[in-house]
Ligand binder design. Structure first.
Ligand SMILES: Cc1cc2nc3c(=O)[nH]c(=O)nc-3n(C[C@H](O)[C@H](O)[C@H](O)COP(=O)(O)O)c2cc1C
Length: 198
C-alpha cells in the first residue's frame, strides 16, 4: 500500500474540507491510501507543550509521517499571501530529513483557501512549494486537461486546488473546486504508483 501524507493546517475548516476531498481522490486509486495529519497552532508563549492528539480531527503530524510517506499534499489557509505560521513552524523542524535526503524524489502538491478571490492563492501555493523543492521533492500541479480550470469562477489554479471562502469564510466549495481537489489527489496517487512500480 502506498501511503500519501495529506498534511494541512485549518483554523476555520475550509482547508480541512479540501484535504478530505484530496484524500478521496488519493483513495480512488488502487494501492493508495491517504494519511491525514495536521499541526497544532503556534503559541505566543514560547515552547508551550500540547498533547499529541487534538480534541478533534486528525492527529498532529510527526517527522516519521513525512519520512514514511510515498507522497505529500500540503495545505494551508492563505495568511497575507503566504502559508500559515503553524505549518511553516513544522516545516522549519524538518532539517534532519533535509540533511538525510529523506524526501528526495517523492511527489508533492499544495493547496490553499482564501477569503478573497484575488487574495494571494497563487503566491501562497508558489511559496509553499519552495521548501518542498529544497527537500528535493517532485512538484505536481493541475493540467488544463482538467477543464474545470477554465470554467471556474472561484478557486482552482494550475499550481494546485484552491478555494475562495468569502469574507465570513462560509462559502461552500463549488463543484469545480471540489473536482480539482479530487483530481489533484488522484494525480498524486497515480504518480506515486507509477514511481513505485518503475
Ligand atoms: C492572519 C490572517 C491573514 C489572512 N490573510 C489572507 C490573505 O492574504 N488573503 C485572503 O484572501 N484571505 C486571508 N485570510 C483569510 C483566510 O485565508 C481564509 O479565511 C481561509 O479560507 C481560512 O481557511 P481555514 O478555514 O482552513 O482556516 C487571512 C486570515 C487570517 C486570520
Amino acid at each position: 500500500m502506498n501511503e500519501i501524507l495529506v498534511l494541512y493546517y485549518s483554523r476555520l475548516g475550509a482547508t480541512a474540507k479540501m484535504a478530505q476531498l484530496i484524500a478521496r481522490g488519493i483513495e480512488s486509486t488502487a494501492d493508495c491510501q491517504a494519511r491525514l495529519r495536521t499541526v497544532p497552532p503556534v503559541s505566543t508563549v514560547c515552547e508551550a507543550v500540547e498533547s499529541d492528539i487534538p480534541d478533534d480531527g486528525p492527529t498532529y503530524v510527526t517527522l516519521d509521517d513525512l519520512r514514511e510517506c510515498a507522497g505529500l499534499a500540503l495545505g494551508s489557509p492563505t495568511r497575507y499571501g503566504n502559508m500559515a505560521a503553524p505549518l511553516k513552524y513544522f516545516i522549519d523542524s524538518t532539517s534532519n530529513l533535509w540533511l538525510s535526503g529523506a524526501l528526495v524524489g517523492k511527489p508533492a502538491a499544495v493547496f490553499t483557501s482564501t477569503s478573497s478571490m484575488h487574495g494571494g492563492q497563487e503566491t501562497t501555493q508558489l511559496t509553499m512549494m519552495l521548501p518542498l523543492l529544497h527537500h528535493g521533492m517532485l512538484l505536481l500541479g493541475l493540467p488544463y486537461t482538467e477543464s474545470e480550470l477554465l470554467t471556474t469562477t472561484s478557486g482552482g489554479t494550475p499550481y494546485g486546488p484552491s478555494h475562495t471562502a468569502g469574507a465570513d469564510n462560509k462559502l461552500p466549495l463549488t463543484r469545480e473546486e471540489k473536482h480539482l481537489c479530487r483530481a489533484l489527489g488522484k494525480r498524486l496517487a497515480e504518480t506515486v504508483r507509477k514511481l513505485a512500480t518503475g
